[in-house]
Design a protein around this ligand. Sequence first.
Ligand SMILES: NC(=O)c1ccc[n+]([C@@H]2O[C@H](COP(=O)([O-])OP(=O)(O)OC[C@H]3O[C@@H](n4cnc5c(N)ncnc54)[C@H](O)[C@@H]3O)[C@@H](O)[C@H]2O)c1
Length: 286
Amino acid sequence: MGRVAGKVAFITGAARGQGRSHALRLAEEGADIIAVDLCQDIETIGYPMARPEDLEETAKLVEKTGRGIVTAQADVRDAAALKTALDAGLAEFGKLDIVVAQAGVAGMKGNPPLQAWIDVINTNLVGTINGIQVALPHLSEGASIIATSSAAALMDAHQKANPGGDPGGMAYMTSKRLIAQYVHDLATELAVRGIRANVIHPTNCNTDMLQSEPMYRSFRPDLEHPTRADAEPVFYVQQAMKVPFIEPEDISNAVLWLASEEARYVTGMQLRVDAGGYLKWYDYHV
Ligand SMILES: NC(=O)c1ccc[n+]([C@@H]2O[C@H](COP(=O)([O-])OP(=O)(O)OC[C@H]3O[C@@H](n4cnc5c(N)ncnc54)[C@H](O)[C@@H]3O)[C@@H](O)[C@H]2O)c1
């Protein structure tokens, strides 16, 4: 029997990267999936978002596991659209147990800068809250909410508070810090109802977000057009363990645990999956 057998999971940003990996991992362990993704570009963000074909591929991969999936193209910035998408999934599966609010964009080098700030805050912070809020009326005792922040959110202000050195980068940091705070408060509120809420903080993760021009430029500000080969040696700086990045599956395994009964008394946690990055960057915060 799977570790989340019979449960239903709502996942934002599920067309590719970590979101697709979470959908697959949860399905392999017995969950049905409601998957949403924007599937179109955001003008201010300097790398492409997923495409409709990516979301279709997620659906095919989930179906191969034998579980059901309902997909929708929806923007997490639009709560009404998210609700419609979730309602379609609820009509199919009849209930909701797991929320993985993880759609996000990296705004470093985003242009024009003010609009990049707005788009990142609205996607990463407001979008995460929207995903959770539309789901809340359908959650009951035993449900698990998981939000994706970033190891970047845990950096001390004097360390690396603004990864891109610009408004889009600052918005990334701010949005991720506020997700952590929001979920902390939410967990406090929901504990009495037996609903859990936790945050995962990934370090560099090997997805299209990391492997993108704006990210390479953030890691190599000394070069005008840095490539992956230029950036990769610098990727190591984030982690204490000797890896440039982790893989989406590393985050999915944490998602699976938090979603399962194995974590039934784990709530309000800020779970770092960061190959020791926090240990490296902080002297004394336990
Ligand atoms: N990749 C990393 O190094 C890293 C590190 C720490 C945290 N994260 C976080 O992990 C999460 C997943 O990112 P990823 O690494 O899989 O990147 P990704 O770019 O591969 O995936 C993000 C997905 O979200 C979708 N999306 C973007 N804006 C959306 C919107 N407004 N509405 C709906 N869907 C939208 C994209 O189309 C894409 O499919 C993000 O929240 C990101 O900030 C990533």
